[in-house]
Design a protein around this ligand. Structure first.
Ligand code: PLP
Length: 443
């Protein structure tokens, strides 16, 4: 009998007792290789002594101070560090406590930006189908994942959704990747024009799609095309880097690889590496300036924003990333993992695609490789792979998604950046066995 209201009421979970490095140990003494960082959170692995020491020192010095009364040295230093590493033009950091909170704040900041500019008619957001931006109502509204939205749809603000960039399934055989990207940009422009550009606040997108498409990267030129549209119509580009950011794709911010700078960026997960609940919105100078020369107040806030212990954790995570050159490790080990996945599973009859960037990689499973026919969703192949992996002491982020009526089974891998060659071998070996066992168990 449990009094804890679990996510899944009918599932019995192992009880995690301790964790170190890449492994979590349960109360029965079984160890699990954390190949997905929980949900792409643990970038340093577990129990890093420097982060724990920084948190303890902060707690002993100053546990909490409400942000309407005080600023703190640690919050100021975290903001300075994030801006020193941010793309050119990004000038300010608004701190929050999760990815969903970061996206909520990003949406409200974008709306208030236009109110500050005297353009209150702007009320629409455009986002993409098969995207995930968080589970609070605003973030859920911009998210384009049908099953997560379904029962809450009557409560959600109006957002229109256009096609995501999903090259594996949606690029026509007659198109180059660049032509495919330009087609998507034209569709987006048509939607902007249909709504009336002066009614649109912003375009929200995950640079590399995580939870709903399995590490689907953009094609070349696609985000540059979106940036150009935003500039042409005076609309904000809101990048959700909650999952793909903070080094996960081999650069600190995923959009660096597209050569563009968003107006507003949400980060979380790897920001605190799981040591504390923390997220942030990074705002471009032109967004900040509108508040600074306007009302001088962002109409937002929560009790725990800028929590000193969370800031201490995130600041130390950033220092460790720099000291141990772990963003570069994410890129290099990502290439190694990719090679090993290609070797072990690249020719598999049911692995349709292996994709991603840095240590943010995924497999897409298909019933038939030639036609890319997905498995019947009722078979729950992704759930079976997850269970087989867990039985073998491997944590993977497996999910199924339906996009425009088509089902897909994905397995997302996002190990800590501290992962070593031998861990990658264990990971791939256990994963390949789990995929085989799950397929063998299908009715
Ligand atoms: N945005 C993206 C891209 C995510 O992947 C997630 C979580 O998976 C969120 C937002 C929400 O973050 P959180 O779960 O910390 O609220």
């Amino acid at each position: 009998m449990t009094h804890l209201f679990h996510r899944q009421l009918r599932q019995t979970l192992p009880e995690a007792a301790s964790a170190k490095g890449l492994y979590i140990t349960d109360t029965a003494g079984k160890t699990y290789l954390d190949a997905c960082g929980g949900a792409a959170v643990s970038c340093l692995g577990h129990n890093h002594p420097d982060v724990i020491a920084a948190m303890a020192a902060q707690m002993a010095r100053l546990d909490y101070a409400h942000t309407s009364f005080f600023t703190t040295r640690v919050a100021e230093e975290l903001a300075d560090t994030l801006i020193a590493q941010a793309p050119e033009g990004i000038s300010h950091v608004y701190l929050l406590s999760s990815g969903s909170e970061a996206m909520e704040a990003a949406l409200k900041m974008a709306r208030q930006y236009f109110v500050e500019l005297g353009q209150p008619r702007r009320t629409n957001f455009i986002a993409r189908r098969q995207s995930y931006h968080g589970n609070t109502l605003g973030a859920l509204a911009v998210g384009g994942n049908a099953w997560r939205r379904a029962q809450f749809a009557p409560l959600l603000i109006d957002v229109t959704h256009v096609a995501p960039c999903y090259e594996y399934r949606d690029r026509l055989p007659t198109e180059t990747p660049e032509q495919y990207g330009q087609r998507l940009v034209r569709e987006l422009e048509a939607e902007l024009l249909r709504l009336g550009p002066d009614t649109v606040i912003g375009i929200c997108a995950e640079p590399v799609v995580g939870a709903t498409l399995g590490a689907a990267p953009p094609v070349p030129g696609y985000f540059q095309g979106i940036r150009a549209l935003c500039d042409r119509y005076g609309v904000l580009l809101i990048a959700d880097e909650v999952m793909c950011g903070m080094g996960r794709t081999g650069t600190l911010h995923a959009l660096e690889q597209e050569g563009i700078v968003p107006d507003i960026m949400a980060v979380a997960k790897g920001l605190g590496g799981g040591y504390q609940a923390i997220g942030a919105v990074l705002a471009h100078g032109r967004v900040y300036d509108a508040f600074d020369s306007g009302s001088g107040q962002f109409m937002h806030g929560h009790t725990y924003i800028g929590h000193p212990v969370a800031c201490a954790a995130a600041l130390e995570v950033q220092r460790v990333l720099q000291r141990e050159k772990l963003v570069e490790a994410s890129r290099v080990q990502g290439l190694a993992l990719r090679r090993k996945l290609d070797a072990a599973l690249g020719g598999h009859a049911h692995v349709g695609d292996i994709r991603g960037r840095g240590l943010f990689l995924a497999l897409e499973l298909v019933a038939d490789r030639a036609s890319k026919q997905p498995f019947d969703p009722k078979l729950r192949l992704n759930g079976r792979i997850r269970d087989e992996a867990l039985a073998r002491g491997l944590m993977v982020y497996a999910m199924g998604g339906t996009i425009d009526g088509r089902h897909g089974d994905h397995v997302l891998l996002a190990p800590p950046f501290t992962v070593q060659e031998r861990d990658l071998d264990t990971l791939v070996e256990r994963l390949a066995e789990s995929v085989e066992a799950a397929l063998a168990g299908l009715p």
